[in-house]
Design a protein around this ligand. Structure first.
Ligand code: IFM
Length: 452
């Protein structure tokens, strides 16, 4: 595999998944603290109270990041640390991120910061959360505080991470916080998230006059029909609309897909929550486009399902999440995005795999994860050979962490975390990633201090 000199390698995490210190530094609960408390919602009722204890161990974690040799580290800010109560700024919370971002910079690692990776403050949820249009103003107040305090230290901003998960898993499927199952709410929640994205970009660029790069991250999954039948093709179209186009079309074309608006109208009786100017705001020009890629989808027609599709049998090799390993389909996805949606530089803001890792004599031989990462990096390299302009790659995740409704049962890290002792152990995939980065740097005569 080969990458341009400017290509950036990184690794990523998010606040609730690693920080712990849930009741420290002035933080108040988010919807995830609430959701974890409800029996049956999260595997073994795990929660983020301690997680990887990163809040107290960030200095040690920065040393691991440095040793990997990555150029950049992506983390997110916990909104309830910054505004623990409505309208009340918390200096202590902000100082934590200031310190983290500054220390990374001092170590030569560029901080890429996500504003919203799902930890909505409970005070906002109690006023209707993302379903309430006022959430856009609450988010902008939060974004303004982050830009005021951190722009200049932060290398790039991501407004939202995976609004599909926050919106559809959270308000339609009910498997993520806040656990609602209401499509009307879900569509409104997504609209307000996307609107808050557009307005935050405008705030940074116009009011702050900042040149810091900013974009949004969508999780995308190319969808295939199980057979060539008209019904299965309809199923694939609907699944693609639900997972991909409902987000891509507003962000890049300034409109929601008409076929999906019709399909959703079974539950969404009016779209008058879309106000004049909203779609222009949502489709604001960004500096890059972030994509989280894990797997493909394969579907078949199902009259019994709401939107006429369900997952079909697949004989692909799977990760520990049961997700198809599909690097070729990743290539299809990127080519389609270039043909139909955008010429912005693409950054792969997440890619990685969970497996049931075991520690043997102090080592973790995670060959399957190593293969997964190599295959996807090879795909990035091939795509760039075709001129697809992917400018960076973040491996998810730096370390094992709280995998949402799966709790600590699924391990995505390249560092193994012993959750009893908080020891971090480098897995083979971490050594291999460091080697790939070292080889890249050597080939371009870039300085690299990375693990052997
Ligand atoms: O752990 C998550 C992350 O928070 C968002 N993207 C997908 C990852 C793996 O499920």
């Amino acid at each position: 595999m080969k990458f341009d000199k400017q290509f950036t390698f990184g690794t990523a995490t998010s606040s609730y998944q690693i920080e712990g210190a849930a009741a420290e530094g002035g933080r108040t609960p988010s919807i995830w603290d609430m959701f974890c408390d409800i029996p049956g919602r999260v595997h073994k009722q795990h929660n983020g109270d301690v997680a990887c204890d990163h809040y107290h161990r960030f200095e040690e974690d920065i040393q691991h990041i440095k040793r990997l040799g990555v150029d950049t580290y992506r983390f997110s800010i916990a909104w309830p640390r910054i505004f623990p109560e409505k309208g009340k700024f918390n200096r202590e919370g902000m100082d934590f991120y200031k310190k983290l971002a500054s220390r990374l910079t001092e170590e030569g690692i560029k901080p890429a910061v996500t504003l919203y990776h799902w930890d909505l403050p409970m005070w906002a949820h109690e006023e209707g959360g993302w379903v309430n249009r006022e959430s856009v103003d609450w988010f902008l107040e939060y974004a303004r505080a982050c830009f005021t305090e951190l722009d200049g230290i932060v290398d790039s901003w991501i407004t939202h991470n995976e609004p599909w998960c926050a919106g559809f898993l959270g308000y339609h499927q009910g498997v993520h916080a806040p656990g609602h199952t209401n499509m009307d709410e879900a569509v409104k929640a997504v609209h307000h998230m996307l609107l808050s994205h557009g307005k935050a970009v405008e705030l940074l660029k116009k009011e702050f006059g900042s040149n810091t790069e900013i974009g949004i991250t969508l999780n995308l999954s190319p969808v295939y029909a199980n057979t060539d039948s008209a019904n299965d093709r309809l199923a694939a179209n609907n699944a693609d609309g639900y997972s991909n186009r409902w987000f891509l079309d507003p962000v890049f074309k300034g409109e929601y897909p008409k076929d999906m608006m019709n399909l959703f109208s079974k539950y969404v009786h009016s779209y008058d929550f879309i106000k004049e100017g909203d779609m222009e705001a949502i489709s604001v020009e960004c500096d890059f486009f972030g994509i989280n890629y894990y797997s493909r989808g394969i579907v078949e027609f199902s009259a019994a399902s709401d939107f006429l599709h369900r997952g079909a049998y697949s004989d692909y090799e799977k990760t520990g999440m049961g997700w198809d390993i599909a690097p070729n389909e990743f290539k299809d996805l990127i080519r389609r995005l270039r043909a139909e949606y955008t010429q912005l530089p693409i950054i792969i803001t997440e890619n990685g795999a969970a497996y049931d890792d075991v520690v043997e004599n102090g080592r973790v031989h995670d060959k399957e994860r190593t293969d997964y990462v190599e295959k996807h990096l090879q795909a990035v390299s091939d795509l760039n050979g075709e001129g697809m302009n992917i400018s960076g790659y973040y491996l998810w995740s730096l370390m094992d962490n709280f995998e949402w409704s799966f709790g600590y049962d699924k391990r995505f890290g390249i560092l193994y975390v012993d959750f009893d002792t908080q020891e971090r152990i480098w897995k083979d995939s971490a050594y291999r990633y460091a080697e790939i980065i070292r080889d890249h740097k050597k080939s371009h005569n870039l300085q690299a201090e990375v693990a052997q």
